[in-house]
Design a protein around this ligand. Structure first.
Ligand code: PEP
Ligand code: MN
Length: 368
C-alpha cells in the first residue's frame, strides 16, 4: 500500500519537526530567561508589551502561510505567555520573602526572649482599641495571667466611617506603655502613616500594618527601614502573591523581621464579616519562610465561633493566632460583636492548650 507508506513517511517528518520545534522552544525559553534576569538586575519590568507587539508585526510581515496572521498571533501569544510565566517564576525564586530551602524559617526574637516562628504557638491578644487605663489594664492582667506576651496596643483605628471612634492617639500609647511595663508585656501597634514612625517607636516593641495599608508602598518601605518587627496583615482583596510582594517591600529595605497575618478575605457570605482563608496558612508557609499568624477576630467578626476557629488556627500549622479581648465587649467603642470577654478568652486559651500538648502555650505565673 503505497499511500500507507507515504503517511508513515510524512509522520516521521512531523515527528522530526516536533523535535526541532521542541528544541527551538526550549532554546527560546533559555534566551528569554537570560533577558529576564538582566531586566531584573536593572530593575525593569519583565513584561514588555511593546516588544511583544513589535515581534508579532515582524512575523506577520514575513508570514507566507499556510497559517493566517490571526492563527500565527494566537500561537505566538501562547509562547509569549509561557515564557513570561517562566521568567516570573524565576524572578519570584530570587525574592527575599521566598522560601529557598525546606527548613528555612524566620524566627523573630523580642528583647525579652519571646519568639515568633519557633515551634511555640504565640497568642497575640488585646482590645480592638485602647479606650481607657482601666479597660486596658483589665485586659493586660488577664493576658499576663494566661502567659501571653504580646498585647495589641491600638491607638489609631482605621475605621470604615470617618465619624466612628478613631482611637485615642498618642495618649492611648502612653497608657499602653505604662500598663505593659507593669505586667511585663510587649506591645504591637498599628501605624497608619510614615510620619508616626518616630513617635511610635518610643512606645511599642513591634509595628503593625493593617489590611487597608497592605498596598501602601511608601509606608511599607518606611517600616522596612526600622529595626522593629512588623506584623503585616493581608488586604481583604489581596492575592497571596500580592501579599508576599507587600512583605518584600518591607524586606527589600533591610528589615527581615516580618510576620504575615491572615485576616479573612471578602466573599459573598454575610454570616461572617470576612471569610477566613485557612488555606493561606500552608500556602504562605510553603512559599515563604516568614511566620504566619491567624486573626480569628476580624475574619469572623463574631465571637461565638472563636473556639473552633482557634482550633483551626492551631491545626493549620500557623505560628500563632490573634484575638481581640475586651472587659465588656458589648460597650466596646469598636468591633463590639467580635471581641471576647475575659471568661471567653480564658475558655479559648483552654481549647488552644488542649490542642498543643507539645507546642504548649506556656502558662507562666510569677514565682511558678
Ligand atoms: C485590626 O486588627 O486592628 C484591624 C483593624 O484589622 P484589619 O486591618 O485586618 O481590618
Ligand atoms: Mn478590631
Amino acid at each position: 500500500m503505497p499511500d500507507k507508506n507515504r503517511i508513515a513517511e510524512l509522520r516521521e517528518e512531523i515527528d522530526d519537526i516536533n523535535l526541532k520545534l521542541l528544541e527551538l522552544l526550549n532554546r527560546r525559553a533559555t534566551v528569554a530567561s537570560e533577558i529576564g534576569k538582566l531586566q531584573i538586575q536593572y530593575s525593569s519590568q519583565i513584561y514588555d508589551p511593546v516588544r511583544e507587539s513589535a515581534m508579532l508585526t515582524e512575523l506577520q510581515m514575513v508570514n507566507e502561510g499556510p497559517f493566517s496572521n490571526e492563527t500565527l498571533n494566537a500561537l505566538f501569544k501562547e509562547i509569549f505567555k509561557a515564557t513570561l510565566a517562566l521568567e516570573e517564576k524565576e524572578a519570584r525564586a530570587n525574592l527575599v520573602v521566598q522560601r529557598k530551602t525546606p527548613d528555612q524559617q524566620t524566627i523573630i526574637e523580642m528583647a525579652d526572649g519571646t519568639q515568633i516562628g519557633n515551634s511555640d504557638f504565640q497568642i497575640i491578644a488585646g482590645p480592638c482599641a485602647i479606650e481607657s487605663y482601666e479597660q486596658y489594664e483589665e485586659v493586660a492582667a488577664a493576658l499576663a495571667d494566661e502567659g501571653i506576651k504580646i498585647m495589641r496596643a491600638m491607638a489609631f483605628k482605621p475605621r470604615t466611617s470617618p465619624y466612628d471612634f478613631q482611637g485615642l492617639g498618642e495618649p492611648g500609647l502612653k497608657i499602653a506603655r505604662q500598663v505593659a511595663n507593669k505586667y511585663g508585656l510587649l506591645l504591637v501597634s498599628e501605624i497608619m502613616d510614615a510620619s508616626q514612625l518616630h513617635m511610635m517607636t518610643d512606645y511599642v516593641d513591634m509595628l503593625w500594618i493593617g489590611a487597608r495599608n497592605m498596598q501602601n508602598p511608601h509606608l511599607l518601605r518606611a517600616v522596612g527601614k526600622t529595626n522593629k518587627p512588623v506584623i503585616l496583615k493581608r488586604h481583604f482583596a489581596a492575592k497571596l502573591q500580592e501579599f508576599l510582594y507587600a512583605a518584600e517591600y518591607i524586606m527589600s529595605e533591610g528589615n527581615h523581621q516580618v510576620i504575615l497575618m491572615e485576616r479573612g478575605i471578602r466573599s459573598f457570605d454575610t454570616w461572617t464579616r470576612n471569610t477566613l482563608d485557612i488555606s493561606a496558612v500552608p500556602l504562605l508557609k510553603k512559599e515563604s519562610h516568614l511566620p504566619v499568624i491567624v486573626d480569628i477576630s476580624h475574619s469572623a467578626g463574631r465571637r461565638d465561633i472563636a473556639n473552633p476557629l482557634a482550633r483551626v488556627a492551631v491545626a493549620s500549622g500557623a505560628d500563632g493566632l490573634m484575638v481581640e479581648v475586651h472587659p465588656n465587649p458589648d460597650v466596646a467603642m469598636s468591633d463590639a460583636k467580635q471581641q471576647l470577654n475575659i471568661a471567653q478568652f480564658k475558655s479559648m486559651m483552654a481549647e488552644v492548650r488542649k490542642m498543643l500538648p507539645t507546642r504548649a502555650v506556656k502558662k507562666e505565673h510569677a514565682g511558678d
